[in-house]
Design a binder for this molecule. Structure first.
Ligand code: PLP
Length: 394
């Protein structure tokens, strides 16, 4: 640290210089985040100091969090629960705002483990969960942190998890299943109804990771069943900081039943509230305000338009890529395209080095992974395909 402080001018001149190294999402086709809506940015600024880790001091920000959870509950068909105010969820939908999909996934699995232990059911020596091969790497962190074995089930030819493979991996120590509604690599949705059937039959939990798809699927022309409407789904992760157009860090975790949040509580002797069920202590009230503002401002109609825009870009990319001879691995279900190209790793490097495009790669099989977000335009798609043609012709 320097001995004497620098002037504001010096600091900002340095910061602007450093910021110029960021992409600002220009020619970015690899990210599931985007520019937050300007109303979210304003709301975020207004609540910049609010700490949801100490709810008694920030009753206003906390009321916004509860409203967001109610809106998300309505979006995801969460059942209303009637519970006393002092219980874990103070509103009729159970959940809280997290920092994103990773925290939501960790807490969902922690909840599974704790609910079972609280019910005095014996956990097997090493409890396990069964997740799709395509699950996000946050589940590797779950395995590492919680002493839970994470078993990965095979995908079918459409990159959905194969329920037969899931069942073959289940045993007496299986405490829960995970389905992905909008997987990171392919944008595919797992067969949630079939997973739910397995979960019900075996009386275990089913967590749905809709970190990306939660703000896409409900607004598609033909939405797929993936939420609490499906009996057997016990928790859902959904991220407002991805397709919800809120600020980072805005994630959310919703539970069907209050027992989950109850099971996550620890006592907090020196705070204004007695207990805390969140993973992080200090939490951003600013992102609660941002999410509240953008959800209220856009409404269902605004999100439908957002999803339509991204899906039109997706359709354009696939149609024009086909004309150049590049086929997608699957017909896109949401705004993610996995494109078969020769030597994808080399193509990716060249696209970045020569033309400044940020794209990523699917693991198995290897293909170009392209996410069409609100920051992309029809012109981007045209220019990208021209550049792709050049690098693949070399
Ligand atoms: N789950 C899915 C399906 C994702 O696509 C991602 C990130 O892209 C995550 C979880 C992790 O979210 P975060 O990076 O916000 O923790």
């Amino acid at each position: 640290m320097n001995e004497q402080g620098l002037s504001e001018k010096e600091i900002f001149s340095y910061l602007e210089n450093v910021k110029s190294e960021d992409t600002d999402y220009y020619r970015v086709l690899s990210s599931m985040c985007t520019h937050p809506h300007k109303i979210a940015v304003e709301a975020h600024r207004l609540f910049i100091e609010a700490n949801l880790g100490d709810l008694g001091l920030f009753a206003g920000a906390h009321s916004l969090e509860k409203e967001v959870i109610m809106m998300l509950g309505e979006l995801l068909h969460a059942p209303s629960v009637k519970i006393p105010v002092e219980k874990a969820c103070e509103s009729s939908v159970c959940g809280y705002l997290t920092t994103g999909g990773t925290e939501s996934n960790i807490q969902a699995v922690r909840g599974m483990k704790n609910v079972i232990t609280a019910g005095k059911k014996e956990l097997g020596k090493i409890p396990n969960i069964v997740i799709p091969e395509s699950a996000h790497f946050s589940f590797d962190k779950v395995a590492d942190m919680m002493g839970i074995e994470v078993r990965r089930a095979l995908l079918d030819s459409e990159f959905k998890v194969d329920p037969a493979s899931v069942e073959s991996l289940m045993d007496a120590n299986t405490i829960g299943l995970v389905g992905i509604a909008g997987n990171t690599e392919f944008g595919q949705i797992d067969p949630v109804e079939e997973l739910a059937k397995l979960a019900r039959q075996h009386e275990i939990f089913l967590h749905i990771d809709a970190a990306f798809g939660g703000f896409v699927i409900p607004f598609l022309e033909n939405p797929y069943p993936f939420d609490f409407k499906v009996q057997g789904v016990t928790s859902i992760a959904i991220d407002p900081h991805k397709m919800g157009l809120s600020t980072i860090p805005s994630g959310a975790l919703l539970f069907r039943s209050p027992s989950f949040l109850d099971s996550l509580k620890v006592s907090t002797p020196y705070l204004t509230t007695k207990e805390q069920f969140t993973l992080t202590g200090t939490r951003s009230g600013a992102s609660a305000a941002a999410t509240y503002a953008v959800m209220k401002h856009l409404g269902r109609e605004g999100y439908v338009k957002n999803v339509q825009y991204c899906m039109q870009l997706t359709a354009k990319l696939v149609e024009e890529a086909r004309k150049l001879g590049f086929e997608p691995l699957l017909e896109p279900v949401m705004n993610v395209v996995a494109l078969r190209v020769p030597s994808p790793d080399l193509v990716r490097d060249q696209l970045l080095r020569k033309f400044g495009w940020n794209v990523s790669i699917t693991r198995t099989p290897r293909s170009l992974r392209l996410v069409l977000m609100p920051h992309n335009t029809a012109r981007d798609v045209e220019e990208f395909l021209q550049d792709l043609k050049k690098v693949t012709a070399e």
